[in-house]
Design a protein around this ligand. Structure first.
Ligand SMILES: Cc1cc2nc3c(=O)[nH]c(=O)nc-3n(C[C@H](O)[C@H](O)[C@H](O)COP(=O)(O)OP(=O)(O)OC[C@H]3O[C@@H](n4cnc5c(N)ncnc54)[C@H](O)[C@@H]3O)c2cc1C
Length: 505
């Protein structure tokens, strides 16, 4: 049982003092991605009498979550699954009656590959991002040289860092495991998630659990072995637990978006409603200037800005100079996804895994490939295979400006070589994400603290989304729900229910 922990007694006391009159408070949420949806759902779930307006700039909800059906294939244009290790996501699915719509990864093939000297090699069983929990697969893997393996074993004896300076993900992993393990395993695994170079990423902000393991066990190998002692293969599968923790909506991510949105009262959602400016009212509350066809102003009691920080900075440009400066320091990596459908017989590779990642040292133009129709059911028609390719890497810049033709050629050429494919795909689809993935650079934690210390002084304004405390879908849900709960406390409504609510999971 997990208790929400972000509702301070001070906040409750302060806001009760200025509790509004009998008028129903109006709360606006800017951005109809998963963060905004989770915030809207939480507000009406806890306080059905409250008025909520969810303002989305585009013609559809979901933001990065978007599925399309094409030639019998079910394609994901953005995120394609989520991890169930944190309670928020399963809890939300349960509350909206969506739990039975989740499919787990194929239990018979829970393993993945890494490209090594132009070939797909199995990632050693039990190797999770940067923690090897099994010894034998590390000894026998062809991915590492004998020297690389010795250096990996030496990790057991590498001293814990005592200086307080912040390390990048790359610095940390090279210090603990050496360059070879970093270049051939850690960099591709991390790079395929964040679509950027781990040299640029703050370990503390992206994967803080590894700092904890080092602190607690003195070694990641020791920590992993203690946490997963002789973990049995699951259902005879070759790989470890992480894949079993991933799920995807059977009907695609858009069905999840739809399931949340139908829970919202009629009139809550306003599509094609870009918010251009947000300004503070001289009395309590905020003014929102809507652009697009609407060109009008909306006065609200509170506003949750659930867009990438870069857009939040534009909207709030006249509100707080220091906050805007900090919001603008958060940068984003762009990526493009090329989904390709083939007849099974066109592909010589056995496809006996869930996909592959590509190290930068292989000098290719793609970051990873997912065997989508092997990973989850219902993604391709009978006799076909769906493969999703993340285009990017050290040899490509400004990916989003490449033409569809160019992106498709890059993806098909790379797959042809890696999977021994003959002929052209039977279908293809391309999606681009210019601000899809925020980059948590060194000192990201300090930046977020400064932003939050400024918003703490702006009653009725909340920032939420993937720019602050985690990029995964569960992080976004948590961020949106917590912002909603803070708003209810601020408005002096439903404080007891919000503060006392416990997750059911
Ligand atoms: C390619 C890709 C693949 C990913 N894969 C996974 C995955 O498999 N699993 C996982 O857990 N996570 C994944 N992620 C991360 C995760 O999907 C995102 O972090 C998350 O979906 C972001 O949700 P959000 O609501 O915060 O932002 P967004 O989805 O970006 O939504 C923000 C919304 O705000 C709207 N908006 C912007 N400006 C305005 C304005 N001025 N007025 C009104 N509306 C505005 C936008 O139109 C958009 O709809 C992936 C991310 C990317 C980019």
């Amino acid at each position: 049982m997990v208790l929400r922990n972000n509702l301070s007694t001070t906040a409750v006391n302060r806001t009760r003092a200025r509790r509004p009159t009998d008028r129903k408070p109006l709360v606006a949420i800017v951005g109809g991605g998963i963060t905004g949806l989770a915030a809207a759902h939480r507000l009406v779930e806890l306080e059905p009498s409250i008025q909520v307006k969810l303002l989305e700039a585009g013609p559809r909800l979901g933001g990065v979550l978007d599925s399309v059906t094409q030639d019998g294939f079910l394609l994901e244009c953005g995120a394609d699954n989520f991890i169930t290790s944190s309670p928020e996501i399963i809890d939300l699915c349960r509350r909206i009656g969506f739990e039975d719509q989740l499919a787990r990864t194929n239990p018979s093939l829970r393993q993945a590959f890494v490209v090594n000297k132009g070939k797909l090699c199995k990632i050693p069983q039990g190797f999770v991002v940067m923690a090897p929990s099994k010894i034998w697969p590390m000894i026998t893997t062809p991915i590492l040289s004998p020297l690389g393996k010795l250096r990996l074993a030496w990790e057991y004896f590498v001293r814990t860092k005592t200086e307080k300076t912040e390390e990048s993900l790359a610095e940390f992993s090279k210090r603990r495991f050496g360059r070879e393990v970093y270049e051939h395993l850690i960099q591709p695994l991390v790079g395929s998630i964040y679509a950027t170079d781990p040299d640029q990423l703050s370990l503390k902000a992206t994967l803080p659990q590894f700092i904890e393991i080092e602190r607690e066990h003195g070694s990641l190998v020791r920590g992993a072995l203690r946490q997963h002692p002789r973990q049995p293969a699951q259902n005879g599968a070759n790989s470890g637990a992480p894949y079993s923790l991933f799920v995807a909506p059977r009907g695609g991510m858009s069905t999840f978006v739809e399931a949340i949105s139908v829970e919202l009262p009629e009139g809550t959602i306003q599509l094609n409603s870009p918010v251009e400016h947000i300004t503070k009212s001289s009395s309590n509350g905020w003014y929102l200037s809507l652009g697009g066809d609407q060109r009008r102003s909306l006065k609200v009691d509170a506003v949750i800005v659930a867009t990438p920080a870069t857009y939040a900075a534009e909207m709030l440009s006249s509100v707080d100079h220091e906050m805007i400066l900090q919001l603008r320091t958060i940068s984003y990596s762009s990526s493009a996804i090329v989904s390709l459908g083939y007849l099974r017989e066109q592909i010589a590779h056995p496809l006996d895994g869930l996909g592959f990642v590509v190290p930068s040292v292989e000098c290719r133009k793609i970051l990873s490939g997912t065997f989508s129709s092997i990973k989850y059911p219902g993604r391709a028609p009978e006799g076909h295979v769906l493969i999703r390719v993340f285009v990017g890497g050290p040899n490509l810049s400004d990916i989003c400006s490449l033409s569809d033709k160019k992106l498709c050629t890059i993806a098909t050429d790379e797959l042809r070589q890696l999977l021994a494919i003959h002929g052209q795909p039977t279908t293809h689809h391309i999606s681009r994400h210019a601000t899809g993935m925020p980059q948590y650079r060194l000192r990201h934690g300090d930046v977020v603290k400064k932003i939050e210390s400024r918003t703490a002084n702006l009653a009725g304004l909340e920032l939420a989304g993937n720019s602050y405390h985690g990029v995964g879908i569960p992080n976004c849900i948590q961020s949106g729900e917590q912002a909603a709960e803070r708003v209810l406390v601020e408005l002096g409504v439903s404080t007891t229910k919000a503060a006392n609510r416990q997750l059911t999971g």
